[in-house]
Design a protein around this ligand. Structure first.
Ligand code: 28F
Length: 659
């Protein structure tokens, strides 16, 4: 099931195809299969219409599509185990222990599996009505995966038999449904290999798969999901008995929490609401929401309702208990969300589902706001009344936030006509090499590790659009820092002032003096550490800068190849190996240990010149994942940090593009 008009059209047209097949009983199989292949060909011509894109995201969408079918079978009460294997040949195997796809003949004359895996939209979607259905781009069907794969094998364990059907080259039947053995098990196994002519890359990410599967395991208590990477032999198994409570405990792992996880649920107007939440000592707000087990990454009406409900409950409680005095005194929503981690899951009947936004990641359904607000308000009111100690602790925290917020506002107002500004300007002028151009959109701020590289960057840069701010030594670890710690830190203070768009809740990306902020460090461990410290700062205190796509990481080359008459640069060890294999001319290899080893021109040409450089755009693909990563990386525990850096030094860095 999908909400896009285009897919609806295909549903209708394929329905017509099937109807036609039935009427024209004498139609040759060939003609029928031509129609089907035309349908699959349409998917191959415009894959984006079915799976959103053909980048990493679209590639992984293939797995979600197949896994969703397996999950549906489990939700229906058949099987409690799903296994996903990333195979060494680039294919993926998904296995469930459900009833097995029906193996009888379909009225069209084809076997049911052939129908499900070759006809758009015929597959996987079970009983009518109910809560089945997912948001956004989900549920386009297994046939779409088949259309975009060079190989797809389906093995069905059912009725004592093992049957298999195989497809090649975008859904052409290679082996019709055939019995290959006997069994006493039931279930479905699908193996598919994405077509490299369609996808930009066909490398699956173990981390991407495990992160999403862990989320599914949290939402579906009792379901076991195993993920195996056959190449590296990594293997994880997720199973949670306590659903959202386990989820919140996981989010707050390693943090100092104020109380046990609070959880409640309710049903109104046919909408089921389930919520778990917990406050921790820190300042961050962390709300995750789902609808029918699919993440609503951009929130929507249910999140709005939750926020309103919680604000109302705390304001009433604080007033009734004399903590907030006076008619006008009340908490802002942001006060009662400081340090709050929450997971919201709604079950909404298909007919009421509405999604918004480009990626359909935002819930629109208006009833969801009202229902979630009421259920949240009623349950939180009850909880606060029954748990005085915890209630007072949270209210006290909200009060501190309110005081700090009001103080910050006064400080900001004072700063507008402040003499301290001259002092800051003076500090800044000694460090920052400003750009001469006045178009802030076009201007770029390079944050450079060390004074010597800073010097080269200042000499080599394009003065009109590029500003340089050298950073000395290690940046403050912001994971544990408060606003005032940041304000007292000279390095970050200077950085904040240079960007000129405020900090924390007051940060406004549109006020930034620069369209791009670019972190430029050495390509070594120290450089990686500085990157992470800076990313933590930006994540915690200037998150909208990241969300606006304005934060980048420069990619200095690792090697220079000196051919005598000219030089070439390579970014990775793999690329160097490739050069060694293919280049016949003689050259000298120079390894750059740091930015400082390049002269100013070299640094500009390789790393700063928009025409030739590579930049990595920093993105937060997933708030929960980013939050977890930042906590793991920057928190007190050393082991997970070490492991994580080894696995993903790239934060959530995605696109690697030239510009
Ligand atoms: C690895 C991916 O796709 N699992 C699936 C089933 C079970 C049934 C089913 C699927 C029937 C009429 C469509 C079995 N017995 N895992 C999966 N398990 N599809 S997909 O039925 C498909 C529908 O048209 C199933 C009785 N009813 C349903």
């Amino acid at each position: 099931m999908t909400t896009t008009t285009s897919s609806l059209f295909f549903f209708v047209s394929n329905f017509v195809i099937l109807g036609m097949v039935k009427k024209m009983a004498t139609t040759k199989y060939d003609e029928k299969s031509i129609k089907i292949l035309e349908g699959l060909e349409a998917v191959r011509k415009r894959p984006g219409m079915y799976i959103g894109s053909t980048d990493r995201r679209g590639l992984h969408h293939l797995i979600w599509e197949i896994v969703d079918n397996a999950i549906d079978e489990c939700i229906n009460g058949y099987g409690d185990y799903i296994k996903i294997s990333l195979n060494t040949d680039g294919s993926v195997t998904v296995e469930d222990h459900g009833r097995g796809v029906p193996i009888g003949m379909h009225e069209s004359g084809m076997s049911t599996p052939e129908v499900i895996y070759t006809i758009l939209h015929a597959g996987g979607k079970f009983e009518e009505g109910g809560y089945k259905v997912s948001g956004g781009l989900h549920g386009v069907g297994a046939s779409v995966v088949n259309a975009l794969s060079t190989e797809m094998d389906v093995t069905i364990y059912k009725e004592g038999q093992i049957n298999t059907i195989q497809f090649r080259d975008g859904g052409h039947v290679f082996q019709k449904l055939m019995k290959i053995g006997t069994t006493n098990k039931t279930g479905t196994t699908v193996r598919f290999k994405p077509d490299p002519t369609i996808f930009k890359s066909t490398n699956f990410s173990f981390t991407t798969v495990t992160e999403r599967m862990q989320e599914s395991a949290f939402l579906l208590s009792g379901l076991t999901i195993e993920v195996v990477d056959e190449e590296t032999k990594r293997n994880v198994k997720y199973r949670y008995e306590n659903g959202l409570i386990s989820f919140v405990e996981y989010i707050n792992e390693g943090k100092n929490v104020l109380h046990k996880v609070i959880s409640f649920d309710g049903i109104k107007q046919g909408i089921e609401v389930e919520i778990a939440l917990q406050y921790q000592e820190g300042y961050n707000e962390n709300i995750l929401s789902f609808v029918n087990n699919v993440k609503t990454g951009d929130g929507g009406s249910h999140e709005t309702g939750f926020k309103t409900g919680i604000t109302k409950a705390f304001n009433e409680y604080a007033k009734a208990n004399g903590i907030l005095k006076g008619k006008d005194a009340s908490f802002d929503g942001s006060d009662v969300r400081e340090g709050l981690s929450a997971v919201i899951n709604l079950k909404i009947p298909e007919a009421q589902l509405q999604f918004e936004g480009q990626t359909k990641g935002k819930l629109g359904t208006p009833e969801a706001r009202v229902v979630t607000e009421q259920i949240t308000y009623e349950n939180m009111k009850f909880f606060l009344e029954e748990n005085r100690e915890t209630a007072l602790m949270i209210v006290e925290k909200a009060s501190r936030s309110k005081i700090a917020r009001e103080a910050a506002r006064k400080a900001r107002e004072a700063a507008r006509n402040d003499k301290g500004r001259e002092k800051k300007d003076k500090i800044l002028s000694g460090k920052l090499a400003k750009a001469t151009g006045k178009d802030s959109q076009k201007n770029e701020l390079f944050l450079v590790e060390g004074d010597s590289a800073g010097g080269s960057a200042k000499t080599g840069r394009n003065r009109e659009t590029q500003a340089i701010l050298p950073l000395r030594g290690k940046v403050l670890n912001c994971e544990k820092a408060s606003d005032s710690d940041i304000h007292n830190n000279e390095e970050l203070n200077t950085l904040t002032y240079a960007i000129g768009a405020g900090i924390g809740a007051d940060f406004r990306p549109e006020d930034s003096n620069y369209g791009k902020v670019i972190i430029m460090t050495d390509a070594d461990d120290d450089g990686a550490h500085i990157q992470i410290l800076l990313l933590t700062f930006f994540y915690r205190f200037m998150r909208p800068l990241i969300e606006a796509g304005m934060l980048y990481i420069a990619k200095p080359p690792l090697y220079g190849l000196d051919f005598g008459k000219f030089k070439e640069y390579v970014a990775t060890d793999e690329e160097l190996e490739e050069k060694k294999r293919t280049v016949k001319q003689a050259y000298k290899v120079q390894r750059f240990k740091g930015l400082g080893e390049m002269n100013a021109d070299e640094l500009y040409e390789t790393t700063m010149n928009p025409a030739t450089r590579s930049l990595i755009k920093v993105s937060i693909t997933d708030a929960a994942v980013a939050e977890k990563r930042v906590t793991v990386l920057m928190g007190d525990k050393v082991e997970p940090r070490k492991e994580w850096i080894e696995e993903n030094v790239d934060f959530t860095l995605e696109d690697n593009f030239k510009r």
